[in-house]
Ligand binder design. Structure first.
Ligand code: C5P
Length: 297
């Protein structure tokens, strides 16, 4: 995430992520699923502005977005930004409250981590605004309580292998930029619904081959074994996911996958030029806006 001061406010650009690998290792007694996933930050940002207000008990949120269906984003207590701000306010008991403005550009229910990234940005910005009393370990504890992907965004790692529910991170060096084309069908998917439909398999894949390839400095044309165990349940729930994956392949992209629990899908291009060509073709063929994004390194 990128943080800057603007007048009396703190402004944070909160990135999206893509899951380049996601294996579900099993269902846990607490209802969650044990994961091994590889996440990469991408240069597609929501922006949050945090402005102090006099009343210490006030935490307000206003949301602006040009995305279709923006009216469906929760504005009350279930919004992760408000939950993060409230948890921090309870922990710190600051003398002043905060007015938060969220400029939403990352589609939601698309497996791109926008809500989790917003929550991480809120923890970091408000801790800074309220005198930085909480150490990183405490922010990580709060992050894990808020959601499984929030920890990944807290430390702004470009690339990490995440285990447990997704909250245990092992950063991996990313030695080169990757160019992606991202597209999502109309209508998103609820993470819980997709996990609920997942069924165990005999074989577990490992992320090692992929992370070793990503650590290398060679071009992106070699073998990148992308995998997502949630692709099948997501496709069963939303035929638009199958359409997106098919369209990405039909545009000549060799490495194609779904992010998180969907419905967002991506292809890795061999060059910026190929990404531009594929995105133009995709937008023309599907009528959906295909985005070109780069790893946020
Ligand atoms: O942690 P988060 O709130 O993002 O998860 C949303 C839902 O996705 C959970 O309530 C759970 O149903 C499912 N989930 C899961 N296993 C994970 C992460 C999420 O079953 N590792």
């Amino acid at each position: 995430m990128r943080i800057r001061r603007q007048g009396g406010s703190l402004v944070v650009d909160a990135p999206a992520k893509l899951n380049l690998f996601l294996e579900v290792l099993g269902r846990r007694p607490d209802g969650y699923h044990e994961l091994e996933t590889v996440m990469v930050s991408i240069g597609w940002f929501d922006t949050l502005r945090f402005t102090p207000v006099q009343e210490s008990a006030t935490v307000s949120l206003s949301i602006r977005s040009a995305l279709p269906g923006a009216g469906e984003i929760p504005r009350t207590g279930e919004n992760l930004v408000l939950r993060a701000a409230e948890r921090l306010r309870e922990a710190i008991r600051p003398q002043r409250g905060v007015a938060i403005e969220l400029f939403k550009r990352i589609p939601w229910q698309a497996g791109l981590g926008g809500g989790s990234s917003n929550a991480a940005a809120t923890l970091v910005a408000l801790n800074a605004m309220w005198g930085a009393p909480l150490p990183a370990s405490e922010l990580h504890r709060l992050a894990a309580e808020l959601g499984s992907d929030v920890n990944f965004f807290l430390d702004s790692h470009p690339l990490a292998v995440c285990r447990g529910r997704g909250e245990r991170l092992e950063p991996v060096p990313l030695r080169r930029a990757l160019d992606f084309v991202v597209i999502h069908p109309a209508g998103g998917l609820r993470t819980a619904d997709v996990f609920h439909r997942w069924r165990p398999t005999d074989r577990h894949r490992e992320s090692g081959e992929l992370t070793r390839a990503l650590c290398g400095r060679s071009g992106p044309c070699e073998r990148l074994p992308l995998y997502n165990a949630l692709e099948r349940p997501a496709e069963e729930l939303h035929p638009g996911v199958t359409e997106c994956l098919r369209s990405l392949r039909a545009c000549g992209l060799q490495h194609v996958g779904m992010s998180g629990s969907g419905s967002g899908c991506f292809g890795i291009a061999a060059s910026r030029r190929q990404a531009c060509l594929a995105a133009r073709l995709l937008t023309a063929r599907t009528g959906r806006l295909a985005r070109i994004v780069r790893t946020a390194v």
